[in-house]
Design a protein around this ligand. Structure first.
Ligand SMILES: [Zn+2]
Ligand SMILES: [Zn+2]
Length: 173
């Protein structure tokens, strides 16, 4: 049974339940909930996302979220590609900090938006590509001849070879 404790009164050594931002918090020895990280009881406390009973100050919640997302990324990178985040960063650096084909550095220069590309036949990791280049490779099924034909096409267009220089109407208006 939970007995109501008047506001501001601290009851020692008995479990109580406090409600913080909708989360039910169990506290022992104090009715004041504390931050899970810095143990502060005076900072503004909010429920910790993804938990039922934890509360924390904004700073500790932010830190926890960042740590969790880095851990999650590290785990995903290892499970999916078998490389560490450090190795991934080395590859990006070795490529000059950008998609090696498009020279794109990722959204806001964040190379983490580059995909880890691998050879689907051998399973070997090849490098880091932006989504555009990675998707293109998937569509042409890694065929180098496609690019050889594309280069020839751009350097010596067939229509121009056949009809001479013909310009679309309205071009340069
Ligand atoms: Zn805190
Ligand atoms: Zn690219």
């Amino acid at each position: 049974m939970v007995t109501r404790v008047p506001k501001g009164q601290v009851r020692q050594n008995s479990p109580t339940t406090a409600t913080v931002g909708g989360a039910s918090v169990h506290t022992v020895g104090s009715i004041k909930p504390a931050c899970f990280g810095c143990k502060s009881t005076t900072r503004k406390l909010n429920p910790v996302p993804g938990t039922k009973t934890m509360v924390g100050c904004a700073e500790c919640i932010r830190k926890r979220k960042k740590e969790k997302s880095t851990q999650g990324r590290a785990r995903r990178q290892m499970t999916t590609f078998g490389i560490t985040l450090e190795e991934e960063a080395l590859i990006v650096e070795f490529q000059g900090g950008a998609c090696i084909c498009a020279k794109w550095t990722g959204y806001n220069g964040r190379s983490r938006s580059l995909s880890t590309d691998h050879d689907h036949k051998t399973g070997e990791i090849r490098g880091k590509l932006c989504k555009h280049c990675n998707d293109l490779l998937g569509r042409i099924k890694d065929d180098p001849d496609y690019f050889r034909r594309m280069i020839a096409y751009l350097e010596d267009p067939p229509a121009k070879r056949l009809l001479g220089s013909r310009v679309v109407p309205g071009h340069g208006d």
